[in-house]
Design a protein around this ligand. Structure first.
Ligand SMILES: Cc1cc2nc3c(=O)[nH]c(=O)nc-3n(C[C@H](O)[C@H](O)[C@H](O)COP(=O)(O)OP(=O)(O)OC[C@H]3O[C@@H](n4cnc5c(N)ncnc54)[C@H](O)[C@@H]3O)c2cc1C
Length: 298
């Protein structure tokens, strides 16, 4: 998982297990002296910033089952080693899970996306795809001696407590049948080259023809803030008919609920206002019949 210390100048051993169980057993054996590695882009970037690799690397690259993308009656299952560039090329994801397609487009440059994996982006804990996945109702399948399936938010809370755990797949539920929907993903960053994003917001809203909110999932993250669902705001909006007065209260709820971390690039207040304004202005644009959902309108 992200945040492993005990780094050495060069890795003394690189293990390439062929199964999840074997990779987990190696991580259990070496503990903090080993790091799991998927695409390696984040670890390489950290090394360039001054950190060095731990003595052992456990590469997930040879575990074939982690590369599958398959559809079942209920879910789209995406193996954790699927590259971001392959997600971007997947026509099913582009059509039915467009928020994720858009989020992937906004991560780094094509050369990085050709190596970077969805599992690495999630296990980085601040990856820009996480708000998109949360707003799509994603679940995480993970291995820590046995397989578990949890809401992605639960996995993100549990993973730091289970340093050997391996994320094996992301499950996306089938898009719900709703009369109308708004799908939105937006990332505010400082420049194209990698600096942590300032704010990332993503939401899915399923509406009746009268604009009553039937389903809603709103997520926010960005910078080193832990991405999370804005459940108090979701509860407030659920069942309400969208109107400007309703969205004014929703704005206050987001300002109260969203608790980003400050860093050298943006204050807490800036991040809160950016998230609230983006979410509320998208709903209001939708009400006014404009394309309020930016590039991610579905
Ligand atoms: C130039 C550049 C630009 C970037 N821009 C962005 C950006 O715009 N947005 C963004 O979100 N990120 C960005 N990144 C960070 C990073 O590249 C991505 O987040 C990427 O998706 C990480 O995936 P990876 O497979 O390379 O992860 P790795 O580097 O292999 O691993 C990342 C972390 O996750 C752990 N890990 C990986 N897979 C698993 C697994 N299956 N189970 C458990 N733990 C696992 C590793 O131990 C490590 O701690 C950028 C990086 C670079 C170098």
């Amino acid at each position: 998982m992200a945040g492993q210390d005990k780094m050495a100048a060069v890795p003394q051993a690189v293990y390439r297990p062929a199964s999840v169980e074997e990779a987990w057993a190696l991580k259990q054996k070496f503990g903090g002296a080993a790091a799991l590695i998927a695409g390696g882009t984040l670890l390489q970037m950290k090394r360039e910033q001054g950190a060095v690799f731990p003595p052992c690397l456990i590469s997930l690259e040879h575990i074939k089952e982690l590369y599958d993308i398959h559809v079942s009656a209920q879910n789209l299952a995406i193996g954790s080693c699927v590259r971001l560039s392959d997600l971007r090329k997947n026509s099913l994801i582009e059509k039915d899970w467009h928020i994720l397609h858009e989020a992937v487009r906004r991560v780094a440059a094509p050369a990085v996306r050709n190596r970077a994996t969805i599992g690495g982006n999630v296990c980085y804990m601040s990856g820009d795809t996480i708000p998109a996945l949360l707003s799509l109702g994603a679940k995480a399948v993970w291995f820590d001696g046995d397989y578990k399936t949890d809401d992605l938010q639960v996995f993100l809370q549990q993973a730091p407590l289970h340093p050997s755990c391996i994320l094996t797949a992301i499950l996306l539920p089938e898009p719900p049948a709703v009369e109308k929907k708004i799908c939105f993903y937006q990332k505010i960053g400082r420049r194209a080259a990698f600096t942590p994003s300032l704010t990332v917001v993503s939401f899915f809203a399923g509406l009746t023809n009268e604009n009553r909110v039937e389903q809603i999932r709103i997520a926010a993250g960005g910078g080193s803030s832990f991405p999370k669902r804005l459940t108090a705001c979701e509860q407030f909006l659920k069942g309400k008919v969208l109107a400007e007065e309703v969205m004014a209260v929703a704005h206050e709820k987001i300002m109260e609920e969203y608790d980003p971390l400050p860093d050298a690039f943006a204050t807490v207040d800036y991040r809160k206002k950016a998230a609230s304004n983006l979410i509320v202005s998208t709903f209001i644009s939708f009400l006014n019949g404009k394309d309020g959902a930016d590039e991610a309108e579905a």
